[in-house]
Write a protein that binds this ligand. Structure first.
Ligand SMILES: Cc1ncc(COP(=O)(O)O)c(C=O)c1O
Length: 459
């Protein structure tokens, strides 16, 4: 029994749970309820499966936090980390110092990102990357003589992270409540979720025109000379897997160009194959001035994120740093060699194993099984692209909410993500998932749905 728990030493599950509750602060958790429920402790992973402290097996259909693209036991990534730890566990990239893995990672990323003459900054989390990007662009606009053009528009229900600036970009009310956020100068416009926000009788094209004319009104009201940038996820993840309606990004880009507003793509979820291309920008025809990346960049075997900036923007930062005397920004672990080495190996593996090709091959099976969930009376709609998808539950008597459904699905051995917007459950399995495993995942979800229906009809 003990062998299966994965808990080292002679501690019991109860000991660990008590210690967790006593000392560890958990994000996105009701901290009072957590004291009663205690944690679920994940102790091991194999392929697309993870195992908890009781030895229970789950298909990790959310890849952790949309991020474990290679599953949970890829030896090549483990080896890359060990090799680098042996060679040079730490050095920094500040004050003109460098390390080989950071150089290689920046080089590889600049070759694949949808950004002209890209220059890459390495960070540790998606939140940091988004935060730093806004900071860099404030510097940029000051340098080019636009000190008043600093506001940023993002979208309602968008998720961009948890630092002060990235939470301000985030458009989810709970992320702002009681934190004194968003900061001034961060605005939110429509979520382009057509089926959720369309007006009665409105076509998809009419919906796009309406939400973009509202955006234009916002820009004119604030003053175009005060708006620096617009940030969007190519396909909103935490907002419930919102695939953009046809024509949305094309028209959005034309509008932003009219007012000289930079388009920033948050590719932290959509990057590195998730949508069936290397980047979501390719899937949706987006031409951004900068992108942020994270998560799948290392398959999450190390915490690494990155910013890719257009070359002309970088040149302005360089000139301004010369004028001031330094680009006075940096953190201890920027370019952290172990993380960068794992990032390099992950990018190599993506090529060697043709991960994007694999996603394209299995995505039709994933989308077909997802769509079939709509046959169930509790499912209102499904959405998705590549290997990211969501199904939305109806609201009504006997129908569980997303959090309850998530718990029921776990009883059937599958971890899905209850997104904070609407009654949706998101799926973003490891990209290495096989066709057979996709069927197993959906079989388990269908068992959960059948169980909820049986319980509801028994009442
Ligand atoms: C689209 C998007 N941007 C940014 C972030 C923040 O990344 P991190 O949690 O690594 O700070 C997330 C995290 O879920 C995300 O989904």
């Amino acid at each position: 029994m003990k062998e299966h728990t994965g808990i080292p030493g002679d501690r019991t599950v109860a000991d660990l749970a008590r210690t967790d509750v006593a000392h560890l602060i958990h994000g996105y958790t009701n901290l009072v309820r957590h004291r009663q429920t205690g944690p679920r402790i994940i102790t091991r992973g194999r392929g697309i499966y993870v195992y908890d402290e009781q030895g229970r097996e789950y298909i990790e259909a959310a890849a952790g936090m949309w991020c474990a693209s290679f599953g949970f036991s890829e030896p090549e990534l483990v080896e890359a980390a060990i090799r680098q730890l042996r060679e040079l566990p730490y050095y920094h990239t500040l004050t003109s110092q460098s390390v080989v893995p950071a150089i290689d990672l920046a080089h590889r990323l600049s070759a694949i990102v949808p950004i002209q003459d890209a220059h890459v900054y390495l960070a540790l989390s998606g939140s940091e990357a988004n935060d730093f990007l806004i900071k860099f662009l404030w510097y940029y606009n000051n340098a080019i003589g636009r000190p008043a053009k600093k506001k940023v528009i993002a979208r309602i229900n968008g998720y961009h992270g948890a630092t002060v600036v990235s939470s301000s970009l985030t458009g989810i009310p709970k992320n702002h409540a009681a934190f004194d956020l968003p900061l001034p100068g961060f605005l939110h416009t429509h979520d382009p979720h057509y089926s959720r926000y369309r007006a009665a009788g409105e076509s998809e094209a009419q919906f796009v025109d309406r939400i973009l004319s509202d955006l234009e009104r916002m820009i004119l009201k604030e003053g175009p000379d005060t708006i620096m940038a617009f940030m969007a996820e190519p396909c909103a993840a935490g907002g419930g897997v919102v695939v953009p309606p046809a024509g949305y990004f094309e028209k959005l880009q034309a509008l932003l160009a009219r007012y000289d507003i930079l388009l920033l793509a948050d590719e932290i979820v959509t990057g590195f194959g998730r949508t069936g291309n290397k980047f979501g920008c390719e899937t949706f025809g987006i031409r951004p001035a900068a992108i942020t990346m994270g998560k799948g960049l290392t398959g999450s075997y190390q915490p690494v994120a990155a910013i890719a900036l257009r070359g002309d923007i970088y040149e302005v930062l360089a000139a301004e740093s010369d004028r001031i005397g330094s680009f006075a920004h940096g953190t201890t672990y920027a370019g952290y060699p172990v993380g960068a080495a794992v990032g390099v190996r992950a990018l190599e593996l993506m090529e060697e194993r043709d991960i994007v090709g694999h996603v394209r091959r299995v995505a039709p099976v994933f989308m077909d099984r997802l769509k079939r969930l709509e046959r169930h009376p509790f499912v209102l709609e499904t959405r998705g692209v590549g290997l990211m998808g969501a199904f939305q539950l109806r609201e009504g008597a006997g129908i569980p909410d997303a959090a309850v459904f998530k718990a029921l699905a776990e009883e059937a051995g599958v971890i899905v993500r209850a997104v904070p917007v609407g009654a949706s459950l998101a799926l973003s399995p490891p990209l290495v998932i096989t066709e057979a495993e996709i069927h197993e995942l959906f079989d388990r979800l269908e068992i959960t749905l059948a169980g909820t229906l049986a319980r509801a009809t028994k009442r």
